[in-house]
Design a protein around this ligand. Structure first.
Ligand SMILES: Cc1cc2nc3c(=O)[nH]c(=O)nc-3n(C[C@H](O)[C@H](O)[C@H](O)COP(=O)(O)OP(=O)(O)OC[C@H]3O[C@@H](n4cnc5c(N)ncnc54)[C@H](O)[C@@H]3O)c2cc1C
Length: 521
């Protein structure tokens, strides 16, 4: 077995990821190769030790933290081989989206789904969460861009799974399952919640079971990515809407024009931007940032004109950009959002508890309206933004931690928004996954029969339940808002490490090797 690190400082450095939790693991392992990882898995099975696979730790819902042994795959598994002619990149699990994309760009290629966390999110983490990004409206999540993966599974067995190769270990869907799936899965454009039995039913490919499995079925060691040409032209617009009611209609109309991004900045976020000195169109209830990618300048310009004309009745203000540089400038307001939120006092923390809901596009305005109402009801300010064209928005809850009752308010918001998502036919996760945060709510979303099939799947691939137990399938004592990184009862870790973890969160420094956080102050 490879040595595990058990000193308190190292364990503390791995106690947090992005998101709300702080859980100090019993140990940390940093395997460098497949043989070491396979030995670790076999040993964990013998002892019944839970393993928590880890990439950069930027995942939001707590799938990257836990009480067992953290398996950090971001330091080994770093080879990257490019095959430009075949439009493929074979990346180790520790290779980030940015590293794949930087290597592909000189060949006119890219990995089209573009998560905002691309600078640090690892290939293993992207596969495990079925990550997506602004351009997923046109290019989908990472799922269709995964040609093959290599996995260390139960018993330390190394398996390769290739798209089109079919096959699953001993897990098959019955004819009755098809009906369950059609009835039980949300009809949203994106979904990273639960196991993807729907995708598996459609393709018959084992790889689809592992994409989005959040490290609960095995540990991904390598990914063969499909790459795509970078379209030569792009153009777009920033459209200010004067009423929330217009949002659904506008997003639905824009989706018909084959955009490559339709991003929302809601008033709840624009208010913070304005307070920090950013220029916000007066009277705007929300802003839609639209991008179109096309083969010729005329086609790019033409479709921007179509968008602006088509939404004339709904927009307060429309600004256009006719090339990539102009678009970057126009979208500058997006970059003001993070610093605006980072300026909030330390007592008002941004907590990701309802951060990833996705609803059918035609219910988007209702969803955003319901989010605002729930926030007001529980007196927890929120900032809403995200991928409007997919009916998918991120929400930062910003409770005042000095206020008595902030936990109850946060729990109320969590419960109400979950119920709202289900009422609107949505999913609690469009791209981040369930982690520990949402695991216990899945039975309300999918129903007990599908949860039973999820458990069957888990039993086939992980019979001793050592891979990330409590993630996707909830533990018996599940509660979403415990083990928080904030509040009086947060687990005690050395102050200097807590401060460095907070810095990572504020600066997006997740690519930092976590052992670096343990250096002496
Ligand atoms: C500022 C910011 C912006 C973000 N923007 C986006 C976005 O645009 N789109 C998006 O989809 N997400 C986004 N995220 C969330 C996060 O970056 C993604 O979920 C990403 O895919 C996680 O990658 P990671 O390497 O950090 O994985 P981790 O956080 O380390 O792990 C995430 C999950 O994957 C599992 N896992 C990790 N590595 C492996 C492996 N090798 N084998 C098996 N399981 C593994 C873990 O167990 C865990 O369940 C954002 C996060 C931040 C902090």
């Amino acid at each position: 077995m490879i040595p595990s690190l058990t000193d308190p400082r190292t364990r503390s450095a791995y106690s947090e990821g992005a998101g709300i939790y702080r859980i100090v693991p019993q140990a940390v392992a940093i395997p460098r190769d497949i043989a070491g990882l396979a030995a670790l898995v076999r040993d964990a099975e013998r002892r019944g030790t839970p393993l928590i696979p880890r990439g950069a730790g930027s995942g939001m819902p707590g799938g990257n933290v836990g009480r067992g042994v953290i398996v950090d795959c971001s330091q080994g598994f770093r080879t990257l081989e490019l095959d430009p002619a075949g439009r493929r990149a074979r990346a180790g699990a520790g290779v980030s989206w940015a590293q794949v994309t930087d290597a592909a760009r000189p060949h006119g290629l890219r990995l089209p789904p573009d998560p905002a966390s691309g600078a640090f999110a690892t290939s293993g983490g992207l596969v495990a969460t079925n990550a997506a990004g602004p351009r997923s409206i046109r290019y989908g999540s990472v799922r269709p861009w995964i040609e093959a993966i290599e996995v260390v599974g139960a018993g330390g067995e190394v398996r390769s799974m290739r798209r089109g190769a079919g096959g699953a270990k001993q897990f098959n869907l019955d004819p009755g399952d098809q009906d369950l799936i059609v009835r039980g899965y949300p009809k949203t454009r994106k979904n990273s919640s639960g196991y993807a039995l729907d995708a598996f039913a459609a393709s018959g490919d084992e790889v689809d079971l592992f994409i989005g499995a959040e490290g609960t079925l095995g540990i991904v060691t390598a990914v063969e990515w499909r790459l795509d040409s970078i379209p030569p032209e792009s153009a777009g617009a920033a459209l200010a809407l004067g009423s929330l009611d217009a949002l659904g209609e506008a997003a639905t109309f824009l989706a018909t024009l084959d955009p490559s991004a339709v991003e929302l900045l809601d008033r709840t976020l624009l208010d913070f931007v304005a307070a920090a000195g950013g220029e916000v169109p007066p009277g705007a209830e929300c802003l839609l940032l639209v991008e179109f990618e096309r083969e010729t300048p005329a086609a790019a310009r033409g479709v921007v004109g179509d968008a602006v004309r088509g939404l004339k009745q709904l927009t307060l203000q429309a600004d256009t950009a006719l090339d990539r540089a102009g678009l970057e400038q126009l979208w500058g307001i997006r970059r003001l959002a993070s610093p605006a939120l980072a300026r909030l006092p330390e007592t008002r923390r941004s907590l990701q508890v309802i951060e990833d809901g996705c609803v059918p596009l035609e219910r988007l305005a209702e969803y955003v309206g319901g989010l605002r109402e729930a926030a007001a009801r529980h007196d927890v300010p929120v900032a809403i933004f995200g991928h409007a064209g997919d009916g998918h928005v991120h929400v930062n809850a910003l409770p005042d931690l000095t206020r008595t009752g902030w936990r109850e308010a946060l729990q109320g918001l969590y419960d109400d928004v979950g119920a709202l998502q289900r009422r609107l036919g949505g999913t609690p996760s469009g791209e981040h996954g369930d982690g520990r945060l949402r695991a216990g709510t899945l039975v309300s979303l999918y129903g007990s029969e599908l949860i039973g099939r999820f458990r069957d799947l888990k039993a086939v691939y992980d019979p001793r339940s050592i891979f990330n137990p409590g993630v996707i399938l909830s533990a018996a004592d599940w509660a979403p808002l415990v083990d928080l990184k904030v509040g009086d009862d947060a687990a005690q870790i050395p102050e200097d490490i807590a401060a460095r973890l907070r810095d990572l969160e504020r600066s997006g420094g997740w690519a930092t090797p976590k052992v670096d956080l343990t250096r002496s102050p």
